[in-house]
Write a protein of this length. Structure first.
Length: 329
């Protein structure tokens, strides 16, 4: 220990000189860097601001990347894998008369409805495409299904469009939800239908269907008897444009609810399927037709009804899909 103290005492001046030299070198380096920054028009403050700006830009970029998917909410997705698989299975089951699969995919179906779905005029469904968006909750979807339908004894395929609301069961499998009487879902579907995307889709299928009708007289005659491809265009007017008289037999051109009052908030008495008929007893100023339903006064949205055409046969079709989207109002 004494030797160390003696060594420090003998070399103290050299140690102090070395420390002084290190200090001078440090000051010189800092001075040179400061002079260089000034010469280049930069300052330590500018360097700090630039660093902060770069950090903020990176943070902003991260935020944009994270929020970009949210901006896509509500946009129709074409052929979503899960949705397309469910709807393809549904239409395959209808073509093949597979009532077990139909009941699984649409648990609300009655025995009569199952017979109608599997015994209608459409022989098969081709080129099935889906356009969907998320519904009111996770695992729920608003779906528009486009397909080309092959009608019995008619060669020309009919471009068609139908609306569904799908939910997920406990196993995550999709099924068709019967939203009749569910005011929240009906309102959501109505708002979705008003969007530009859906209106453009409706217009596109309507145009394709019109072209198909005009190219095939047999198809045009069939459509004149059992429904119009022009969604909402036939309403309940007669050939000369006058409103149908009370007592007229009306035919459903789309699946629609029969309600106790002329609004979508009231109770549903039943459902009128496309091609089924009902007698008109009056009408309202806001687009509802008053009808006689099993001796009871009821109401149906006028846009889903048309005057039944005079034909030699009064048999109604059990074709269960419209050639335009339905919202079962």
């Amino acid at each position: 220990m004494d030797d160390i103290r003696e060594w420090i005492s003998d070399n103290l001046r050299y140690i102090l000189l070395g420390l002084a030299l290190i200090l001078v070198l440090a000051v010189a380096v800092v001075g040179i860097r400061a002079i260089s920054n000034i010469a280049s028009g930069k300052s330590p403050v500018a360097d700090l601001q630039q660093t902060e700006s770069e950090t903020q830009a990176e943070t902003t970029k991260d935020v944009i990347v994270e929020t970009e998917p949210a901006a896509q909410t509500g946009v129709l997705q074409e052929n979503d894998g899960k949705v397309l698989t469910a709807m393809t299975s549904y239409y395959s089951a209808r073509t093949n008369g597979d009532t077990e699969t139909l009941q699984k995919l649409d648990p609300s179906l009655t025995e009569q409805e199952l017979e109608e779905l599997t015994g209608g005029y459409v022989e098969r469904y081709e080129d099935i495409r889906t356009y969907s968006r998320q519904g009111l909750a996770d695992g729920e979807y608003v779906v528009y299904v486009c397909y080309n339908g092959k009608v019995q004894d008619i060669d020309t395929l009919v471009p068609s469009l139908t609306q569904y609301y799908l939910k997920s069961d406990d196993q995550g499998s999709l099924y068709i939800y019967d939203y009749a009487g569910d005011a929240d879902t009906e309102a959501f579907l109505e708002e979705t239908r008003k969007t530009t995307e859906v209106q453009d889709l409706i217009a596109s299928v309507r145009q394709e269907c019109d072209e198909a009708e005009n190219s095939d007289p047999a198809l045009k005659e069939f459509m004149s008897q059992y429904g119009s491809s022009q969604e909402g265009s036939t309403d309940e007017t007669t050939a000369d444009g006058e409103s149908a008289a009370d007592g007229s037999v009306m035919v459903a051109i789309d699946e629609c609810n029969i309600r106790t009052e002329p609004n979508t908030e009231c109770d549903v008495l039943g459902v009128l399927y496309i091609g089924e008929t009902i007698t008109k007893t009056g009408e309202t100023e806001d687009g509802w037709t008053q009808v006689d339903y099993n001796g009871q006064t009821a109401y149906i949205k006028s846009e889903f009804l048309s005057v039944q055409q005079e034909t030699e046969s009064t048999e109604t079709t059990d074709l269960s899909d419209d050639f335009a989207p339905g919202n079962a109002a």
